[in-house]
Design a binder for this molecule. Structure first.
Ligand code: AMP
Length: 211
């Protein structure tokens, strides 16, 4: 299945991974796979898996690898992944990365770098939609207040965007990211992007690396 552009975004919460993924989806016509969204969808549908993963999302800790990998196996079997994909939030640790490498090889890993101070500044304005779209009241507002441009549903604040949970998520990110970066550096597919720039500039910096 190793064809096309297989892109992964890394970066702390609110670094712009969703926004940049959506821009690449439009440019390259690839499916976007967000592990956070897949997990939230399970919770919203009240599935057995959703019930199991819900406490982890509420507290900001990582969902155990076996549960995440169960979702991944199904998702990558779908036909739309055959020509490439854009990943956000998976692989998130070394176990997941090693597992995923057996399914397919990534060819671009972009880390959007952002300082903690900026993370907290941004998080207050974030609004999301169940369809997977993410907005920011200041930097990337929807056309109509509180309404999703794509599907017309009402936007909401994610429950794990609370300060206490954000702190925990940042802590988890810092702990798990280093071995992952090293893993992709060795494969020469890892690129650092300054996340503290305009959406357009970040997009350009990313696209400049993609052949
Ligand atoms: P995100 O929307 O990517 O910030 O993810 C929200 C939450 O979903 C995280 O704080 C974790 O609890 C969980 N999560 C998302 N992706 C993963 C993953 N690959 N492995 C484990 N937990 C995950």
């Amino acid at each position: 299945m190793a064809r096309g552009k297989r892109i992964l975004f890394l970066g702390p919460i609110s670094s712009g991974k969703d926004t940049q993924s959506v821009l690449l989806v439009k440019k390259y016509h690839l499916p976007m796979i967000s592990m956070g969204n897949l997990l939230r969808e399970q919770i919203a549908r009240k599935t057995l898996l959703g019930k199991k993963v819900s406490p982890y999302l509420k507290s900001g800790s990582l969902v155990p690898d076996n549960l995440v990998l169960a979702i991944v196996k199904n998702r990558f079997r779908k036909k739309d992944c055959a020509k490439g994909f854009i990943l956000d939030g998976f692989p998130r640790d070394l176990v997941q990365a090693e597992f995923f490498k057996k399914i397919t090889e990534l060819n671009y890993v972009f880390e959007l770098k952002l300082k903690d101070k900026e993370v907290f500044r941004r998080i207050g304005g974030r609004r999301v939609c169940l369809c997977g779209m993410t907005y920011h009241l200041e930097f990337n507002p929807p056309k109509k207040k509180d309404i999703c441009d794509r599907c017309g549903k009402k936007l909401f604040i994610r429950s794990d965007d609370k300060v206490r949970v954000v702190k925990k998520r940042l802590e988890v990110y810092k702990k798990t990211i280093k071995p992952l970066i090293y893993f992709y550096q060795k494969q020469k597919i890892y690129y650092v992007i300054n996340g503290n720039q305009s959406i357009e500039k970040i997009h350009q910096d990313i696209v400049n690396h993609i052949k």
